[in-house]
Design a protein around this ligand. Sequence first.
Ligand SMILES: [Zn+2]
Length: 315
Amino acid sequence: MSRYMLFAAVLLLGGCLPVVCGAETVAAPIPPAFSGDRAMEWLERQCAIGPRPPGSAGIAALRAVIAAQADSLGLSYAELCFTAAIAGNDSTQRLCNLVISAGPPGGARLWLGAHYDTRPWCDRDPDPARRDEPLLGANDAASGVAVLLHLAELLAATAPPRGVDLIFFDGEDSGRAGEVSGFCVGSRHLAASWREFGSPLATGEPTGLIVLDMIGKAQLTVPQEGYSLRLAPAWTRAIFERAISLGLTAFEPQPGPAIYDDHVPFLQQGIQATDLIDFNFPQWHTTGDVPAVCAAASLEQVGKLVTDICYRPLD
Ligand SMILES: [Zn+2]
C-alpha cells in the first residue's frame, strides 16, 4: 500500500492511523462533516407537524419521528416516561424523555440535550388576540432537536471513540412567566432519576452535558450562559475554547445572561453542564418563531462544535 493509498484508506474509513497522525499512539478519529442544510431539513420537518406541546398529538408525532430515526440508524433508543402536573392542565400529564445512544456502551459518556416540546402559548406575541395560540417553535426548540437528529446520522455512520447520549427533554416550556416550577419538568425528573434501574443512562457516567436551545436564529451569537459559567466554569470555557479553535464565529466567550434551562437540574446534581443559547431572540414565545427566521448556517455552527466534541472529547 502506497502512502497515498494509506491516506485514502484512512479517509474512507473515517479514521486516523498513528503513523499518519504524528506522535500520538492512540488514533483520534476525524470528525465527520456536519451539514447545516441537513439539520435545517430536520427543523422544517418538525415544524411541518405543527405545535408540539406536552401531551398533544403533535408531540406524539415527533416522538414517533425520533424513534424511527434511531431505528433506521440502528442506534439504541429509550423512552423514559412519567406523569407530572403541567401548567395550564387540571390533570397530570404523561411526559416522556427520550434517549438515543451511540458509540461504545457504558463508561465515560458525553450527554447532549435539547427539549422537544414546544410552548403551549405565544404569550409574548405583540398581538394580544394571538397569545393563546400554541407556539410553532422553529427556534424554540426545533433548532436543538434538528442538530441532534442530524448528529445521530453522523454517529451511526462513524462510531465515536466514547459513548454519546442524545437526550430529548419533554415538558421544558410550559411554565408561566415568573414561575420556575413550571419549567424544565422533564429535565428535573431525569436529573433525579437517571441512575435508576432500567434507565439507559445508568450504565455509564457523564463527563458533562451540553444543552442546545434556541440556536437556530439567523445571525446567531452564543455567549457563556450565566449558570453554566458560574457552576461549571472549566467545562464551559473548554467548550468555548474548542469553538474558537474551530473558527466558529457565532460563539463569544463573554458572560451572558443566566437562564433557567434544562442544564440547571443537572448542575444541581453536581454534573457539569453548559447551555448553548442565544436568548437575544425578538420572536421568543411569539407567532413569529417560524423557520423563516432560522438559518442553516446557525445550525451548522453549533452542529460542527458538538460533532467535534463527540469525536475529540474535551478531557
Ligand atoms: Zn421557550
